[in-house]
Design a binder for this molecule. Structure first.
Ligand SMILES: Nc1ncnc2c1ncn2[C@@H]1O[C@H](COP(=O)(O)OP(=O)(O)O)[C@@H](O)[C@H]1O
Ligand SMILES: O=C(O)C1=C[C@@H](OP(=O)(O)O)[C@@H](O)[C@H](O)C1
Ligand SMILES: [Mg+2]
Length: 163
């Protein structure tokens, strides 16, 4: 099976759904954020001490280590910012966009201190959301709306499209 890349804004459920797909399908689960943390340390600290640009370089390095078969990859919400990452995912796997409304995301994340870009003011976050939504839509092979759905039902919907 081709690798599944889960893309979408922060809080859309990429990490949660990736883990569940691993449990259901028995395929390897990789989370590029976790890979970065294991190799380079906490994301908030990287943003603070080395800057977002360096985080993006680490993220791309991890992305390029993902195999193109039998794996589900939970990406970080900003992975679509670099064309290099978009091209890599398109060439190496099947891309699923977990689409959540801004309101759903705000409900899920609240005032999460772990995500540096979620600490910005509301107007900046809404702008980021609108700009990226276009990138996710253009790139995805499949879009699944996650509002008012449990992670389990999102998984079932993805599987329904694959099999
Ligand atoms: N479908 C869902 N319904 C309700 N809460 C969800 C859903 N998917 C994820 N969550 C919750 O939202 C938060 C962010 O989920 P996460 O998987 O970390 O998102 P991402 O990796 O896309 O940033 C977590 O607290 C998670 O439990
Ligand atoms: O949207 C972003 O730019 C980011 C999203 C985060 O991942 P999640 O989408 O899993 O929250 C993480 O990669 C980092 O905080 C930057
Ligand atoms: Mg995540």
């Amino acid at each position: 099976m081709r690798t599944l890349y889960l893309i979408g804004f922060m809080g859309s459920g990429k990490s949660t759904v990736g883990k569940l797909l691993h449990e259901v399908l028995g395929i390897t689960h990789l989370d590029t954020d976790q890979m970065v943390v294991e190799k380079y340390g906490e994301i908030a600290t990287i943003f603070q001490q080395e800057g977002e640009k360096q985080f993006r370089a680490y993220e791309t390095g991890m992305m390029k280590q993902t195999p193109d078969e039998n794996t589900v990859v939970s990406t970080g919400g900003g992975v679509v910012e670099k064309q290099e990452n978009r091209v890599f995912m398109k060439q190496h796997g099947f891309i699923v966009h977990l689409d959540s409304s801004y309101e759903t995301i705000a409900d899920r994340l609240g005032s999460d201190p772990e995500r540096p870009l979620w600490r910005k003011n509301d107007s900046d976050k809404q702008q980021l959301y609108q700009r990226r939504k276009k990138l996710y839509s253009e790139l995805a092979d499949l879009k699944v709306v996650t509002d008012h759905k449990s992670p389990q039902s999102v998984v079932e919907e993805i599987l329904g499209h694959l099999y």
